[in-house]
Design a protein around this ligand. Structure first.
Ligand SMILES: [Zn+2]
Length: 496
């Protein structure tokens, strides 16, 4: 729209510049009579008088006069080169929005004028990097860090990935180097997960194993299903130039699904019998998922993905020449995703109890889960995974579980989960800790309540400040409820 508006309101513009570099204006003046000649080549003589003494204008053309030739002059134009035939017109031009008129519109004009063709069919407009408070980066403001310093501190891939992740289509990005921690931590995470995987892929040859011959576990079917969806979404997002959405999807899959869940669960088989058929399934799926993820991530993090990929069995040449992954409908498994969600909810609830009750990570706990139907079946089938992920050495899963004395509890997804605390924690110490937290929370609650019942505050303070206090009140109410509940689980009489 902006583009068309500009073309409709088009005006003459001053084309000369007093610079020492550029295309010189092709105007020659007669040194005798002053006649002006416009000519592509230097005229032999003046057309008005007999003089052969002429001089060329010393001004050069506006820089866009050379820039607008860029799409075809770089390919050898005006010669009819092979490059020109093959590469022109091109498909995509990438540019920032500030030079739509200056450059893009002029390239289109020049393309039509000199070659009869539009120079590109798509234009992707990206944002501009600004500083934290939205100012343009400039040398005089001193707010533009040297990319080399950033790369030395955070890494090239971290910079590239974070910038892509944080830049919404068409909008500007407010840059601060602190944000690069995201990419740096992500690169570390990827590196560590890959190290665990590669250590367990020794002797594995992907070309000798067929997926059909394997018995897959729940987590295998789940991660392959998620990978297939991720591949499809990444391809679609890249095809529509939604680079930040593609980066977000890859980040969430790699961290939140592969590292947090699959790589944890697969340890059971990696640390188990290496001759068991389940070990080969674990190797196959780990290899497959990592191989595809690295390829999908390669455009965003070229160096680390190449480095890791080279170490995978069966990799050769360079990842940049490897086949771009395709999604497979056959691997999409909605049932596995639903089942995995049940396991994840149970695991999260148990981990939550552990952290609220301050159970030392090294302590093995017992767990009782009252459930029936589908959840019962899924948890029974994946009992070993549940115990491994929650550091539980004894469990009971059945519809007839009764709430034990002195146990922490949680309800989710039709499951009642109990963790007996006797012998697991020092109940008296825990009671004191929770009581102290409860007192503090209650004090805060009183203060906030006082503020919110004060007419002056509610009417005079900024609405967002009042809203923040209301949010705080809500959080504090939840916290005191939770502490009350946890204290009750310890056999203490609650505060209510
Ligand atoms: Zn003359």
């Amino acid at each position: 729209k902006v583009y068309l508006h500009w073309l409709e309101g088009i005006r003459d513009w001053c084309i000369s510049r007093q610079l020492w570099w550029g295309h010189r204006i092709p105007i020659w003046y007669c040194n005798e009579c002053g006649e002006v000649h416009a000519s592509a080549t230097r005229p032999e003589r003046c057309s008005k008088c007999p003089s052969r003494s002429l001089h060329q204008d010393s001004d050069v053309l506006d820089t866009w006069f050379s820039s607008w030739l860029w799409p075809f002059s770089t390919l050898g134009w005006p010669e009819e080169t092979e490059d020109l035939r093959y590469f022109y017109p091109t498909s995509l031009l990438i540019s920032a929005h500030d030079i739509i008129f200056f450059w893009i519109a002029r390239m289109v004009m020049a393309g039509f004028e000199f070659t009869g063709k539009v120079p590109f069919s798509h234009v992707h407009i990206h944002g501009i990097v600004r500083d934290e408070i939205g100012r343009r980066m400039s040398k005089s403001l001193g707010n533009s860090p040297d990319p080399i310093d950033i790369i030395n501190e955070y890494g090239t891939d971290a910079l590239r990935f974070t910038m892509t992740l944080l830049t919404p289509t068409g909008q500007d990005i407010l840059f601060s180097s602190k944000k690069l921690d995201t990419g740096k931590h992500f690169a570390n995470k990827l590196w560590n997960a890959s190290r665990l995987a590669i250590a367990n892929l020794e002797g594995f040859d992907p070309s000798k194993i067929a997926l059909k011959s394997l018995t897959l576990s729940l987590e295998d079917r789940w991660i392959l299903s998620r990978l297939s969806k991720l591949t499809k979404e990444t391809r679609r997002n890249l095809a529509t130039y939604r680079f930040n959405v593609a980066a977000r999807g890859l980040y969430e899959f790699a961290w939140g699904e592969l590292c947090d869940w699959y790589m944890e669960l697969v340890k059971i088989r990696f640390y188990g019998d290496k001759k068991a058929p389940e070990y080969v399934s674990a190797q196959y799926v780990t290899h497959k998922v990592l191989d595809s993820l690295l390829k999908l991530l390669h455009p965003f993090m070229p160096f680390i993905t190449e480095e890791i990929w080279q170490k995978l069995p069966g990799s050769r040449e360079s990842i940049v020449r490897a086949k771009w992954p395709r999604s497979s409908k056959a691997l999409v498994d909605e049932q596995a995703e639903e089942q995995m969600a049940v396991l994840q909810h149970a695991v999260s609830a148990i981990r939550n109890i552990r952290s609220e009750m301050n159970v030392a990570p090294s302590r093995k706990a017992s767990v009782l889960i009252k459930t029936d139907g589908r959840s019962l079946e899924i948890l029974k089938q994946n009992e070993e995974s549940l115990k491994f992920l929650c550091r539980v050495d004894h469990d009971e899963i059945s519809p007839s579980v009764e709430k034990p004395e002195l146990a922490a509890s949680s309800v989710c997804d039709g499951m009642e989960i109990y963790m007996p605390l006797e012998g697991l924690i020092d109940v008296e110490v825990e009671k004191r800790r929770l009581n102290k937290e409860l007192e503090k929370a209650k004090d805060d609650l009183q203060m906030t309540l006082k503020k919110l019942t004060n007419r002056d505050f509610v009417t005079k303070a900024k609405p967002e400040v009042v809203e923040r206090e209301r949010q705080k009140l809500k959080t504090l109410e939840e916290v005191t409820d939770k502490l009350d509940r946890n204290l009750a689980a310890l056999g203490a009489s609650g505060s209510k």
